[in-house]
Design a protein around this ligand. Structure first.
Ligand code: ATP
Ligand code: MG
Length: 174
């Protein structure tokens, strides 16, 4: 099945990581490509746990969280290069058929930012073997693309403390 966790509310990456752990617990071969965690500033705490559990992960994408906990918007050329690298990794993993569940965290956001062609994601979905559970996360308003998924969950922001200036916190936001 193809899952898409999207929307402007908190919980997309944490839901995907939760599913990863559940599937791993069931003995499935699982892995994840992160499209936005190439940080030298932050220790993304979920990675610590994936390391401990021995879960395969790949990191691509430049960090968007700044050292002061605010966010970088806009696009650098390197963002595009990193997005393309993420898709190449995902394509290779899918072709090798060595996983039962693959998470592509923030792949949808990457497309929404224009760092990836929509076609690149569509091709991944179209070539995804039946046996593979594919989980895509990130903000996305492209109805046609979301329509391709078997499951779409939208996290809706009703209220978020960031709107009153609370900065990203270790263990909660990263
Ligand atoms: P989580 O990783 O907590 O499940 P998410 O994957 O749904 O969240 P992202 O868009 O990846 O959400 O954002 C990562 C974290 O940063 C989230 O906890 C989110 O609430 C927070 N965040 C998102 N946008 C902003 C912003 N503009 N300013 C500050 N923090 C933000
Ligand atoms: Mg996220």
């Amino acid at each position: 099945m193809i899952h898409a966790y999207t929307g402007d509310g908190k919980g997309k990456t944490t839901a995907a990581v939760g599913l990863l752990i559940r599937a791993y617990g069931a003995g499935r071969r699982v892995g994840v490509v992160f499209f936005d965690k190439g940080s030298e500033t932050y220790r993304h705490n979920e990675l610590v746990v994936l390391d401990r559990l021995g879960i395969e992960y790949h990191i691509t994408g430049l960090e968007r969280m700044k050292p002061d906990g605010s966010f970088r918007f806009g696009t650098l050329e390197e963002d595009r290069v990193e997005a393309a690298r993420g898709i190449e990794l995902a394509t290779a993993i899918i072709a090798e058929k060595r996983l039962d569940l693959l998470v592509l965290d923030e792949a949808l956001t990457t497309m929404t930012y224009g760092l990836l062609e929509k076609k690149a994601i569509e091709e991944l979905i179209d070539t995804c073997p039946k046996e593979l559970e594919l989980v895509l996360t990130g903000r996305c308003t492209d109805k046609d693309l979301l329509e391709k998924a078997d499951l779409v969950t939208k996290m809706v922001k009703h209220k978020h403390y960031f709107d009153r200036g609370v900065k990203a916190r270790s263990g909660i936001e990263f």
